[in-house]
Design a protein around this ligand. Structure first.
Ligand SMILES: Cc1ncc(COP(=O)(O)O)c(C=O)c1O
Length: 397
């Protein structure tokens, strides 16, 4: 029979009373403890020094602390998720439903392909849709974020140059208006970064770009360009910019983070880019910023498709897979990145259709310009100079 609860209480308090009165210490019981760790590898510097690591001594205290942190998370139950402001989309519940469906959620990333036929059908279909939207020939669903896509894309470019014997091509031109991840990714790929300036409106200075490309033509690897730019500008000279890079032996990496100002209206492939990442967690509805993980697949033109990432456990490559492949290696731990969240983008694209997606781009552009105008008014009435610089340029149109 179990003792009544008050008996347990008394015995617990007796135990704590006894425990505080013991006349032994850990050292007195075991003055020496033999260890198989060689002395040279024994750590003698302090660790976990933040007070938080010694504040909670009971399971309940720790549980309550963790719950307090958890309740600070901002999710769709509370509000729209405020990151990805440039490309905010509706994160509809119906898009989210597959994520908790055990048929998707319980699939191991390394499950044999013939046991994950549904997933593979979705990869194929999504690859096709993304190719159509971007004007590319093949898509890799491996990179886990925009920055991871940048790294993957630049590594594809590097592999392409190497395959042609151009091992020395390592210069990457990046406009000063670029997002910070652009130079960081180029540096991670071992590239030498050459910065080019922008004019007062935020447009790339094309003459400066031409000079930089010509001066580095023997070693030019790539240009990284965001379209529309981080300033919200559709570069009027974008096709000329791409031409200059190609004429000087480089490849054009387009940062597609602002893709929702292109979908259905134009495309990176049409404009002249060779490779581009999409932030599915921005343009294609995956909630992020306190709300979930990301996906940054890359699309490429035919000549770069053989070099798309593969995986040592389950060989992958692009969708569709070209006949001959020469993959650069792998970019992510799992063969298809954060595959579980791909149904969100897939559902969104399928539900919107081509007309709906184009309409969404138009409305996004309208909203951005509306915000720009409103901020201009704030500027006049409240003299907020910060917004003045922002709104002097064209936001997505
Ligand atoms: C223009 C641009 N490029 C790249 C990125 C990096 O994307 P991610 O945060 O998914 O790594 C961002 C993200 O905000 C961006 O705005």
């Amino acid at each position: 029979m179990r003792p009544p609860p008050w008996r347990m209480l008394t015995s617990c308090s007796r135990f704590s009373l006894v425990a505080s009165q013991v006349d032994f210490t850990a050292e007195s019981i075991a003055p020496e403890v033999s260890s198989s760790i060689p002395p040279s590898l024994v750590r003698d510097s302090p660790y976990l020094t933040h007070p938080i690591f010694s504040m909670y001594h009971t399971e309940h205290e720790l549980l309550r602390y963790l719950h307090k942190l958890q309740s600070k998370d901002l999710s769709l139950c509370h509000s729209m998720i405020p990151l990805g402001s440039c490309t905010m989309k509706l994160n509809a519940t119906v898009e989210m439903m597959p994520v908790t469906d055990p048929k998707f959620a319980n699939m191991h990333p390394f499950a044999p392909i013939d046991q994950a036929a549904g997933y593979h059908e979705m990869f194929d279909n999504l690859g096709d849709l993304l190719n159509t939207i971007t004007g590319f020939d093949s898509f890799s669903l491996q990179p886990n974020a925009g920055a991871s896509g940048e790294y993957a894309g630049l590594m594809v470019i590097r592999a392409y140059h190497k395959a042609r014997g151009d091992h020395h091509r390592n210069v990457c031109i990046i406009p000063v208006s670029a997002h910070g991840t652009n130079p960081a990714s180029a540096a991670m790929c071992g590239m030498k970064i050459v910065a080019v300036g922008t004019d007062a409106k935020g447009n790339i200075n094309i003459e400066e770009l031409r000079k930089a490309a010509e001066a580095n033509k023997d070693n030019l690897s790539a240009l990284m360009v965001t379209y529309p730019s981080t300033h919200g500008v559709y570069e009027e000279g974008i096709d000329e910019i791409c031409r200059i890079i190609h004429e000087n032996g480089g490849q054009v990496y387009m940062d597609g983070a602002n893709m929702n100002a292109q979908v259905g209206l134009t495309s990176p492939g049409f404009i002249g880019a060779d490779v581009c990442h999409l932030n599915l967690h921005k343009t294609f509805c995956i909630p992020h910023g306190g709300g979930g993980p990301g996906m940054g697949p890359i699309g490429v033109k035919k000549h770069l498709a053989p070099f798309l990432p593969s995986h040592p456990v389950i060989p992958t490559g692009g969708f569709p897979l070209p006949e001959k492949t020469d993959p650069l290696g792998s970019i992510s731990a799992a063969p298809w990145g954060s595959a579980l969240i791909l149904p969100i983008s897939y559902t969104y694209i399928a539900m919107m259709g081509s007309q709906g997606l184009t309409e969404a781009s138009k409305i996004a552009i309208l909203n951005a310009n509306y915000m720009a105008k409103r901020l201009e008014v704030i500027d006049v009435t409240h003299s907020v100079t910060h917004y003045m610089t922002f709104t002097k340029i064209n936001i997505y149109g």
